[in-house]
Design a binder for this molecule. Structure first.
Ligand SMILES: Nc1ncnc2c1ncn2[C@@H]1O[C@H](COP(=O)(O)OP(=O)(O)OP(=O)(O)O)[C@@H](O)[C@H]1O
Ligand SMILES: [Mg+2]
Length: 284
């Protein structure tokens, strides 16, 4: 097969069985383009983490295949290259720190790549700037707040300069403000050209950002499509803002009911206000 440089990740008929016999993934097919932002959703235990751990060869398929830029994850000679291409950030950053200061911690990855000292310093500074933690450079990672720790973990991955970053429920332990800060950082990374794979159970945080939604159920893909298509398919489990639009529509207002971004909702509410004004004039 000829390798298409626009395809970042190709998952072909992937099944995975844990050593204890639990079949966790079955017949999963996904192709992710370079620069795409894909959200992976689904209930606890449906296989999201198991799926993304295949993307940088932390797990190997029981059946089917996973390739990154055409490199098969089963090819042992490619594992190093694959791990440099796909970086991973997990839910509990505490378990990922290795350095005594933040700066040392972020430098750990590039040091392992054997890069020259000045290049390492450049990468560490750039990564800390991107996650807005420069002033904490000399602090110990364990003294940071939850949100800062998560951003520090992201900086550690950024310093490796991967083309693709996987975020596995990274905001689930955070307060709304820290969560927003992480989401802003991820959006910037996407805008700068990185491929983003974002695992979450929070539909409202991801719909405005993702190009595509993959929804899983019991180890299989249940839905794959744009955020608008997703909303049309889910029925009741929609963000509050969509629910509000649907209620307005039920009341007879001619508004869109597939809206999930505040800006779009704003335009629809203005439309509804005009209708109310017109009705008031007609009544007089
Ligand atoms: N090491 C393991 N050994 C055996 N079974 C496992 C192992 N890790 C996970 N599983 C099982 O595989 C299934 C999928 O787990 P996974 O962690 O991939 O789901 P998830 O969608 O990420 O869930 P969550 O939303 O809770 O993070 C679950 O039934 C889980 O119990
Ligand atoms: Mg998980």
């Amino acid at each position: 097969m000829r390798f298409d440089h626009n395809i970042m990740i190709h998952i072909n008929n992937l099944s995975y069985r844990y050593p204890d016999g639990t079949l966790t993934l079955e017949g999963v097919d996904i192709s992710i383009d370079r620069g795409e932002f894909v959200a992976i959703m689904g209930p606890n235990g449906c296989g999201k983490t198991t799926l993304v751990r295949h993307l940088n060869a932390l797990l190997m398929p029981t059946a089917g295949s996973v390739s990154v830029f055409g490199m098969d994850t089963k090819d042992m000679s490619k594992v190093w290259n694959i791990r440099q291409t796909v970086g991973m950030v997990f839910q509990n950053p505490q378990t990922q720190f290795v350095g005594t200061t933040l700066e040392e911690d972020v430098a750990f990855g590039p040091e392992n790549l054997g890069l020259p000292q000045n290049e390492i310093r450049k990468r560490v500074d750039r990564a800390l700037l991107e996650v807005r933690l420069m002033e904490y450079k000399t602090h110990a990672p364990k003294t940071l707040s939850g949100g800062q720790m998560q951003r520090a973990a992201i900086a550690g991955v950024l310093a490796m300069e991967p083309e693709c970053i996987v975020f596995d429920e990274v905001t689930s332990m955070l307060d709304p403000e820290s969560r927003q800060m992480i989401l802003d950082t991820i959006q910037q990374l996407h805008q700068s050209g990185k491929t983003i794979i974002y695992v979450t159970q929070r539909i409202e945080e991801i719909l405005p950002l993702a190009d595509r939604i993959v929804s899983m159920q019991d180890g299989r893909i249940e839905f794959m499509g744009t955020p608008h298509e997703y909303l049309a398919s889910v029925g009741s489990h929609v963000p509050a803002i969509t629910s509000l639009m649907r209620k307005l529509k039920e009341k007879g207002f001619d508004v869109r009911d597939d809206v999930f971004a505040v800006d779009d909702a704003f335009l629809e509410i203005i439309k509804a206000c005009r209708m109310v004004e017109k009705e008031n004039i007609d009544d007089e």
